[in-house]
Design a binder for this molecule. Structure first.
Ligand code: CO
Length: 470
């Protein structure tokens, strides 16, 4: 038998970020993570995704944890494994565009505190919104991965993906990720896509998908056969459903093939044993809704992310208009088209969804236009793959000239002012970044932190008052 060339597929483990974000509202605590990371560090994962996305907000808002402290503790524990985070380009981990100085400083501090790989994406795949973060990441010696939001639509041909992959390579990124947040990428399409990408770029290609529509593990198999270098998976207790395919299952799938991951199934089983009681507890407490573990084929039928569907149901319930559900589902693609056919991911999914609800409920399209829809049509989020519907744009913006430059070019530096605002609470350099992203939530957390410290050391309250003129 001729020697087959080995090409082991890399595994990015998501249980410390996307998996619990997708299934238990990002509520896994640092304390729950720490006891197992020594074992996880022995696995030989390509990387462990453990920070960014919604974890930052959830730490400060719900868990009363300092996200920076979490990162440092994870870094201490993971001695051999690359740590990865998810980063929303110019939106960082927040929901608006920030000035370049905030983006640069955030990247610098993320890497200084232990991140190796930054996965950076923009909701519109507008590469201009990624320039600053990619440059900053390279400057700090990090691995800059650009993630393209995968979506379907007239504009999203294989040529589109090939062309944009080439531009990413030219930008100096280190790798490309296809980020299929809604589970829309079906197996044979994945094969065609990977072949096309492989023909157009030399960069390593990683695939990220969700099990929502039930096809994800087959999608990974076809993608790997077509040359995909790395896949994102989650340990079985928090896999499947709205999360990723299971790590153990994908490793077993490729065993004794050229793509063999080489990961030790026994070690993986021990790690799964650790997380299983956490999952069982979450089921008992109601934090984990069994509904998110099933297959939702509607995401494929309507090409709408699962999270968007559940938002829609609750918006209609609030308006006592649940009978309009299917009208809204049909209106979503029309609004998306008027808005330049963007991928539906935060924040475009919320903007398109809310506008579609209004269009149906008002009985007349664009009778009411939300502030966010107007901003989008004004170009404030960047450029979409197709032009906006000029009539709808005119209705939203009137005579105002839409923005065509990179949106952040219009933003003045913000950090200096924020430093002043946060001085009263500051205990570490990173605090200004927490404040920049979530001002109110961060201040509430800083107050909580002070109160905790005063409990431990009652004299601290006095020194604080003296040190900071209020
Ligand atoms: Co994801």
């Amino acid at each position: 038998m001729s020697e087959i060339k080995k090409k082991p597929v890399g595994i990015t483990e998501t249980i410390l970020r996307d998996a619990h974000q997708s299934q238990i509202a990002t509520r896994m605590t640092t304390e729950q993570m720490l006891p197992i990371i020594d074992k996880m560090d022995q696995v030989g994962y390509h990387s462990v995704e453990c920070w960014g996305g919604a974890t930052f907000d959830a730490c400060l808002r719900f868990l009363k944890e300092d996200p920076w402290e979490r990162l440092r503790k994870l870094r201490d524990g993971f001695k051999h494994t690359k740590l990865q985070m998810l980063f929303r380009g110019q939106n960082i981990l927040g929901y608006r565009h920030y000035a370049d100085d905030v983006v640069e400083y955030f990247v610098q501090k993320s890497i200084a505190n232990g991140i190796d790989i930054i996965r950076i994406f923009d909701a519109f795949n507008d590469l201009r919104n990624l320039e600053t973060s990619v440059k900053a990441c390279k400057k700090e010696g990090g691995h800059a991965q650009i993630a393209l939001c995968y979506t379907l639509g007239e504009a999203y041909t294989l040529d589109y993906w090939k062309e944009i992959a080439k531009r990413i390579e030219e930008m100096g990124a280190d790798s490309i990720c296809i980020k299929d947040m809604a589970g829309l990428l079906v197996p044979y399409e994945a094969e065609a896509l990977l072949k096309a990408l492989k023909a157009s770029t030399k960069l390593p290609i990683q695939l990220h998908t969700h099990y929502t529509s039930g096809v994800a593990s087959m999608t990974y198999m076809k993608a790997v056969e077509a040359g995909c270098d790395i896949i994102d998976t989650a340990m079985s207790p928090f896999a499947l459903g709205t999360s990723q395919p299971a790590t153990e299952v994908m490793c077993e799938t490729f065993r004794d093939t050229p793509f063999d991951t080489g990961l030790d199934q026994k070690l993986l089983a021990e790690i799964a044993d650790y997380f299983r009681p956490i999952q069982e507890e979450a089921l008992k407490s109601g934090l984990l809704n069994p509904k998110v573990l099933g297959v939702n084929i509607k995401t494929l039928m309507y090409q709408v992310p699962g999270g968007m569907l559940s938002n829609l149901v609750s918006q209609l319930k609030d308006a006592h208009a649940e009978d309009k559900y299917y009208d809204v589902l049909e209106e979503i693609p029309r609004v998306r088209k008027d808005f330049g056919e963007p991928p539906l991911v935060t924040p475009s999914s919320q903007i398109v969804g809310t506008q579609a609800v209004l269009n149906v409920l008002m009985g007349e399209r664009y009778k009411m236009i939300t502030k966010e829809s107007k901003a989008l049509l004004h170009g404030e989020y960047g450029q979409t793959v197709k032009p906006f519907n000029p009539e709808v744009q005119k209705k939203a913006c009137g005579d105002e000239t839409p923005i065509t430059c990179r949106p952040a070019d219009l933003l003045k530096p913000e950090l200096r002012e924020m430093e002043k605002e946060v001085a009263r609470y500051k205990q570490q350099d990173e605090d200004v970044l927490s404040y920049a992203l979530f001002p109110q939530v961060a201040v509430d957390f800083f107050k909580y932190r002070e109160a905790q410290q005063e409990k431990v050391d009652p004299t601290r309250a006095d020194t604080k008052a003296g040190a900071y003129p209020v």
